[in-house]
Design a protein around this ligand. Structure first.
Ligand code: SAM
Length: 282
C-alpha cells in the first residue's frame, strides 16, 4: 500500500513525540517507541508529494492547516487498513447462527461496522444476511459503515477490488453481488450498485461524540482497538455499550480480548460480547 521505493526521511525523537501525541489525542492511536521507522516511512511520501524539505516542515503544515485537510491526510498515512472478505469467519457463522435468530422478531434492525476500512467487512455482513434471510431480511436491515480514513472510505463506497479477492469469498458471491470489469477495468470486480446503495458509509472518528450514531443491535468493531491503549479501549467500550440496544451484540477482533478492560457486557464467547437484555427478554 505504501510506496517502498521512497526513501524514509530521518525523524528526530522530538518530532516522533509530536506525531505520537497528535495521533493519540486525535484518533486514539497508541504509537509506542520503536515505531519511529514506520512513522517516518509513512510520512516521507506525503513530505515529498507536497514538495516539502523534511518532517518538521510537514508537521508545521499539518498544525497550520485550519481546514483539517492535511490532518486527514496524516491520519490516512498512519492508519492501518488491512482487511479482507469474511475475515475471522467465526463471526459470520455467529451472525447466521446466533445473532440473526435473536433478531427474528424485529421489524427493523441496525448494524454498525465501526472501522470498516475499505468495505470488505460491511459487504461481507450484507451478503451473509442476504444469503441467509433473502430480500425480505435485507429490507429490514439498516447497515452503517464508518471509518476515520477518508481514503479507505472512498474505496469502500466505490466497492472496486482486484479480481483475485474472489478467492476469499463463497463461490456464489462473485455472480450474485459483483460485476466483472471489462476493457480498462479488466482484472477488477465491482460490487453491484444496488448492493452498494444498501450501506450508509460515513466518516466517524471513534474518539468523538457517538451520540449521533443510531442505537444498534450489532456493532462490529474488529481490529481497530488493537491500536489503542487500555484506557482508550475502556472508554470506547463504554461508549459502544451506550450505543447498543439492550441485548445488542459487540464483535471485536479475536486478538483484542477485553482482558483488563472494565465493562458491563456479558462474555458470550471469545471476541463476542452482549449487552444484558431487558428483564424477561433474551
Ligand atoms: C485494520 S483495519 C480493520 C478493518 C476491519 N474492521 C477488519 O477487521 O478487517 C482498522 C481500521 O480502523 C480505522 N480506525 C483507526 N482509528 C480509528 C478511529 N479513531 N475512528 C474510526 N476509525 C478508526 C482505520 O482507519 C482502519 O480502516
Amino acid at each position: 500500500m505504501y510506496d517502498q521505493a521512497i526513501a524514509a526521511l530521518p525523524i528526530r525523537a522530538a518530532d516522533f513525540d509530536r506525531v505520537r501525541k497528535l495521533a493519540h489525542s486525535v484518533f486514539g492511536l497508541d504509537l509506542r517507541s520503536g515505531k519511529e521507522a514506520l512513522v517516518s516511512a509513512r510520512l516521507s511520501k506525503r513530505v515529498r508529494d507536497l514538495g516539502l524539505a523534511d518532517i518538521p516542515q510537514y508537521l508545521r503544515t499539518v498544525e497550520e492547516d485550519r481546514t483539517g485537510r492535511e490532518l486527514a491526510c496524516l491520519i490516512d498515512a498512519l492508519t492501518t487498513n488491512f482487511t479482507s472478505f469474511l475475515r475471522e469467519p467465526q463471526h459470520f457463522e455467529i451472525l447466521r447462527g446466533l445473532i440473526l435468530p435473536s433478531l427474528e422478531n424485529h421489524a427493523r434492525f441496525q448494524l454498525w461496522s465501526a472501522g470498516c476500512s475499505t468495505g470488505e467487512e460491511p459487504y461481507s455482513i450484507l451478503f451473509t444476511i442476504a444469503d441467509h434471510l433473502g430480500e425480505r431480511g435485507v429490507s429490514r436491515l439498516n447497515l452503517l459503515a464508518t471509518d476515520i480514513s477518508t481514503r479507505a472510505l472512498d474505496a469502500a463506497r466505490g466497492g472496486v477490488y482486484p479480481l483475485d479477492r474472489i478467492k476469499e469469498m463463497p463461490p456464489s458471491w462473485p455472480k450474485l453481488y459483483f460485476q466483472r470489469g471489462r476493457g480498462a477495468q479488466e482484472g477488477l470486480i465491482r460490487v453491484r450498485p444496488e448492493w452498494r446503495q444498501r450501506i450508509a458509509f460515513d466518516r466517524i472518528n471513534l474518539m468523538e461524540d457517538l451520540s449521533r450514531v443510531p442505537k444498534s443491535h450489532v456493532i462490529f468493531c474488529r481490529n481497530v482497538m488493537i491500536y489503542f491503549d487500555k484506557a482508550t479501549q475502556e472508554q470506547l467500550i463504554r461508549r459502544f455499550t451506550d450505543r447498543l440496544e439492550p441485548g445488542g451484540w459487540l464483535l471485536i477482533g479475536h486478538s483484542e480480548g477485553l482482558m483488563g478492560v472494565r465493562h458491563d457486557l456479558e462474555f458470550v464467547r471469545p471476541a463476542v460480547y452482549r449487552k444484558p437484555p431487558l428483564r424477561g427478554e433474551r
